[in-house]
Design a binder for this molecule. Structure first.
Ligand code: AMP
Ligand code: ZN
Length: 118
């Protein structure tokens, strides 16, 4: 499956509905989270629909190694958080707190994140 009908992130990532695209690669787009939990809260969304990270089969068909890790560095530089750092999160299914069933990575910065999370 490339795109899924009625999936909001499919529509955003493939520009079927307007969104403020912060950055983009062949396989991902970056937008601001609508309900931020940090001063900077971005979502890195795959253009291809996967219900969750489990559905990628662990294969790197969307070039995660180069593109995804590359985006992290690009965003850190662009928003001046390379020194202080940031947190990335992939919520997966029910216990992981996933609410949108389309692969996305949270990029959060601008405050300290303790561990374990509260
Ligand atoms: P998760 O709980 O990991 O599935 O995260 C889904 C995230 O998507 C939440 O942080 C929401 O605030 C965010 N979100 C949902 N719909 C939109 C949207 N239309 N634009 C931007 N962010 C969204
Ligand atoms: Zn989708």
């Amino acid at each position: 499956m490339i795109l899924k009908e009625d999936c909001i992130f499919c529509k955003i990532a493939n520009k079927k509905i307007p969104a403020d695209i912060i950055d983009e690669t062949d396989n991902f787009v970056v937008i601001k989270d609508i309900n931020p939990v940090a001063p900077m809260h971005l979502l890195i969304i795959s253009k291809i629909h996967y219900d969750s990270v489990l559905d990628t089969g662990g294969e790197d068909g969307i070039n995660c190694g180069k593109e995804l890790f590359g985006i992290l560095g690009t965003l850190a530089e662009k928003f001046n958080v390379a020194d202080k750092g940031f947190r990335t999160v992939i919520n997966t299914k029910e216990d992981g707190g996933q609410t949108v069933n389309h692969l996305h990575i949270h990029f959060m910065a601008g405050r300290w994140f303790g561990w374990p999370p509260g």
